[in-house]
Design a protein around this ligand. Structure first.
Ligand code: CA
Length: 273
């Protein structure tokens, strides 16, 4: 199983913040090779480009998702309302759909119902603010293959889109590995030297960010943009506080966590001490 780099960064996203998260320098990311997508009627990838339809009426979120997917090599089409979204999705001119539930025109549940009848093989990932258990169950019963609750990280969304497009290959591309640490973006499980480590959501996103940049120094500002996703007071010490939490959870006195402080710059995971 190959480790992968998913996305230039984690675009952590706060629902109230429509400002697009800042982006750092892109890491090289594996692109979907030609012919990789084989999903019956959904297998219409052209020249290896996987096409994702994003049906989302909030422009800030639509733009955020579109840019994140495009940075990973997906071709993205956006629909700002339920009517246009349903028309495009039902046309079959895409390989996967990212679907908001609360939309003008047609609701996400109505669109799911149409797609279940007309495009049953199309993977639909529901993206919504509604995180109640009954809503998840209803969405999955209506034919969604997955469900992501806002606020979400773009890296997780991309991992899920990839995972569902690759279902037939049974290949997991969701695991990051560095310095004996294993982080699964889909199951959100973390291990160090085989031992499970329980992290909070923010700690998990911070570790994923550091692992994507392993061996490289990242500044506090890059970390803030990449993990918290919106502008913070530059004087905030939240990064240092969370690095402290991670070190305590990942390391022991005899075997400290491989997260190094680079004086007056930031932090680095792995690389020479
Ligand atoms: Ca909406």
């Amino acid at each position: 199983m190959l480790p992968c780099t998913l996305g230039p960064e984690t675009y952590a996203f706060a629902m109230s913040a429509t400002t697009r998260a800042g982006r750092g320098d892109a890491l090289s990311a594996p692109k979907t090779p030609a012919g990789e997508v084989e999903r019956g009627e959904a297998a219409q990838a052209v020249a290896g480009v996987t096409r994702v339809l994003v049906i989302e009426d909030e422009p800030g979120i639509a733009d955020f998702v579109q840019r994140g997917l495009e940075a990973e090599g997906f071709a993205v089409q956006s629909a700002p309302d339920g009517i246009e979204g349903e028309r495009l999705a039902a046309s079959g001119d895409c390989d996967a759909v990212v679907l908001d539930l609360m939309l003008p025109g047609r609701s996400g549940m109505q669109i799911l119902d149409t797609l279940r009848r007309e495009r049953p093989a199309m993977p639909v990932i529901v993206l919504t603010a509604r995180g109640e258990v009954e809503d998840r169950v209803a969405g999955l019963e209506a034919g969604a293959v997955d469900y992501i609750v806002k606020p979400f990280s773009i890296a997780e969304l991309i991992a899920r889109v990839r995972a569902h497009l690759r279902v037939l290959e049974q290949v997991s591309t969701s695991v990051l590995r560095a310095e004996g640490i294993e982080l699964d973006l889909l199951t959100r499980k973390v291990r160090r030297d085989g031992d499970a480590v329980m992290l909070s959501t923010t700690e998990f996103e911070l570790l994923a960010f550091l692992m994507r940049h392993q061996g490289r120094v990242v500044s506090r500002e890059q970390i803030l943009r990449g993990v918290w996703g919106y502008e913070h007071d530059p004087a905030t010490n939240v990064v240092d506080v969370y690095v402290g939490y991670l070190r305590r959870k990942l390391g022991t006195a005899s075997d400290p966590a491989p997260i190094f402080t680079v004086r007056s710059v930031g932090y680095r995971l792995g690389g020479a001490a």
